[in-house]
Design a protein around this ligand. Structure first.
Ligand code: ADP
Length: 182
């Protein structure tokens, strides 16, 4: 009895997780997550794309926040984005040390916690730390998905978590991982 209930619960949780390929700035969700840096003043990669699409008001709001330590998260409005909010989180620069996975887990946990605290139902993540910050995608994908599954289990108000990858190769890594745990 217990085993079948667990399997059912996992199916319900997995149905709330979606893997996509594309540009995160185009998503109409309650919040997109930005792989920001500690200054929160914009940068390259997904951070630059989000600031360009949101417009200068996003930078103006970020300036009032005064930065964000690695592993933590801060929320702003989405301005010209289709997404209502941006959750800015600062991933670790990959060093190969155990603290990397702790900090990356914190990024997902703190972003999801902020989403729930603000009554948001749908959230989309890029592969935090997997660009310029050099985190190996397969390891980061496992952290992202495992942390999210555990979080959804404890916070059923969350309706959808999207993991969106720019490249087909990265998209396939996420798809393969989801298949391996389904
Ligand atoms: P970090 O500095 O945390 O490594 P990057 O922005 O360099 O952040 O890269 C994080 C991930 O975001 C990479 O996998 C990169 O391919 C991806 N990415 C870049 N632009 C976009 C975009 N517009 N939509 C979705 N993902 C993106």
């Amino acid at each position: 009895m217990k085993a079948s209930k667990e399997v059912l619960m996992k199916k319900e949780i997995l149905e709330k997780i979606e893997i996509r390929q594309g540009d995160i700035t185009r998503l109409d969700v309650d919040a997109i997550v930005n792989a920001a840096n500690t200054k929160l003043l914009g940068g390259g990669g997904v951070d630059g794309a989000i600031h360009r699409a949101a417009g200068p008001e996003l930078l103006a709001e970020c300036r009032t926040i005064g930065g964000c330590p690695t592993g933590e998260a801060r929320i702003t409005r989405g301005y010209n984005l289709p997404a209502r909010h941006v959750i800015h989180t600062v991933g670790p620069v990959y060093s190969g040390k155990p603290q990397d996975s702790r900090l990356l887990t914190d990024c997902y946990l703190n972003s999801l916690t902020l989403a729930v605290a603000n009554n948001l139902k749908t959230i989309a993540f890029p592969a935090i730390s997997c660009g310029v910050y050099g985190y190996p995608l397969k390891e980061a994908c496992k952290i992202a998905v495992d942390t999210s599954i555990e979080f959804i289990d404890r916070h059923p108000s969350l309706e959808k978590i999207i993991f969106i990858q720019f490249s087909e190769k990265d998209f396939e890594v996420y798809q393969d991982y989801i298949k391996s745990i389904s």
